[in-house]
Write a protein that binds this ligand. Structure first.
Ligand code: ATP
Ligand code: MG
Length: 212
């Protein structure tokens, strides 16, 4: 029976915290494959400009090119936002009726599960793997979830990596290095594409006239 990992997220950008977490989950739970599924603008993240899905997907594609266990799945960015994980898991279950599905999350994300769309169905479709992330302990997750859900949540202890996309975006905006926080190919892509730089306000360009 195939054991299929499904790793959803915004991945704006993908970083070594994501990659190491997926590798730890694959090894610990003997996953045959891990699909990385970038979401269309997440219902939880509508307060900022998210990088277009095609660019987030391209960074994932480059980051995982050397790992045959990992694959990019673009179905969510091909659907209109918002992305509901339950729709993705339903589709994957239909495509792989004999597979066991495992949905990968960090402890910060799984703590919010009661607020997701159709959580009971989600847990029926997949077991959740909750990877240790700095700041949110296993007990915080357990306190947030109904006790009947606990059997479907597998905790994954791992060396915690205090890396976040938020921090990487701030570094890129300030012209600081992303080296060793994300693969070299992602770092290069962010630079080439000028991602995460401050948005230039066209109204603010009036000084050009004052110089002349
Ligand atoms: P942002 O700062 O924009 O929220 P992020 O770094 O949290 O970005 P997401 O795309 O929000 O990345 O995360 C996708 C999934 O990966 C979530 O389940 C999250 O908990 C998990 N994750 C992200 N970073 C880590 C990390 N350093 N260690 C373990 N899990 C992580
Ligand atoms: Mg996050």
């Amino acid at each position: 029976m195939t054991r299929l990992g499904v790793f959803g997220g915004t991945f704006d950008p993908i970083h070594n915290g994501h990659l190491r977490m997926a590798e730890e989950a694959r090894e610990r739970f003997a996953l045959d494959k891990v699909l990385l599924v970038p979401n269309a603008v997440s219902p939880f993240k509508t307060d900022r400009n998210v990088t277009p899905g095609q660019l987030r997907a391209e960074m994932i594609r480059r980051a995982i090119a050397d790992n045959s266990f990992f694959a990019l799945d673009t179905r969510e960015i091909e659907r209109p936002a918002p992305s509901y994980t339950v729709e993705t898991l339903r589709a994957l279950k239909a495509e792989h009726p004999h597979a066991d599905l495992f949905f990968l999350t960090g402890t910060d994300a799984v703590r919010g599960l009661p607020g997701w769309h159709a959580p009971q169905e989600l847990l029926a479709l997949a077991q959740f793997i909750a990877a240790a992330r700095p700041g949110v302990q296993e007990r915080d997750v357990l306190a947030a979830l109904p006790s009947t859900w606990e059997a479907r949540v597998l905790f994954l202890p791992m060396p915690e990596l205090d890396i976040s996309s938020t921090d990487l975006r701030a570094r890129a905006r300030d012209g600081r290095s992303l080296r060793y926080l994300t693969p070299h190919v992602v770092e290069g892509f962010v630079r080439e594409q000028g991602l995460y730089l401050p948005i230039r306000d066209p109204e603010a360009n009036s000084f050009a006239g004052e110089i002349s």
